[in-house]
Design a binder for this molecule. Sequence first.
Ligand SMILES: C[S@@+](CC[C@H](N)C(=O)[O-])C[C@H]1O[C@@H](n2cnc3c(N)ncnc32)[C@H](O)[C@@H]1O
Length: 233
Amino acid sequence: MRISDRLTAICRAAEPGESVADIGTDHGYVPYMLYRDGTAPKVIMSDVSAGSLAKAKQTFAEHETKVPEDWFRVGDGLDTIGPGEVDTVIIAGLGGRTIIDILSADPDKTRTVHRLILQPRNAAGTVRFWLFTHGFRICEEILAKEGKFVCEVISAVSGASEPTAPPYPEDDIRWAYPEMFRSCDAALLRERIGWKLSSIEEEVTNLRQSSTDQSERIRRLSADADYLRRFIE
Ligand SMILES: C[S@@+](CC[C@H](N)C(=O)[O-])C[C@H]1O[C@@H](n2cnc3c(N)ncnc32)[C@H](O)[C@@H]1O
């Protein structure tokens, strides 16, 4: 079992004593660690692929950890869990839009989940926007390294509010790089922000060579860069 800092960070986000469903569990490492460490009294492992779920079963078997057969479930998204069956839903390692599709499929069921721990591979800003506009309040942000990537682990709790009008549009830089990042590991934050600043600089250089007027786009990117620099100055 190879446990990356990303998987450790997802475990760290779980609340002791809460039951968990890990949707898209694949190898089942996160639920295995949460159960082994006594953090979660019950762990549902769910995956759309029977082959992936077989890996999760293998993880528990290899560590001689017996759990009810019913904790291993094959199916799409939240279809495999009942309303209110678990306190926490973890969805990690999937694209942000896939995560939103899973959470949007049955809004009444999603509302019965107390805590969401989400680790989108991309479109994290869109995920935060969805959470805000669907009554979830983000309570923790963790940055963790896996390979050359700095990954984001977003925790949110439900019932904070009725669906609310967002304070700024979905493509605003503040969804992708929220103020809460200031509580994250400083070196990882610097790396994450540095990467984004480089990509903005490259885009601005290219736009300056355009034959059409790109001044509005350049102005907006420069404002984004100013916002980002404040995290690391
Ligand atoms: C890249 S793996 C991530 C595994 C693990 N969660 C992690 O973070 O390391 C993605 C897994 O999600 C599963 N998956 C993709 N779409 C799904 C869906 N709609 N419902 C359930 N599982 C899904 C895939 O079969 C695969 O096992």
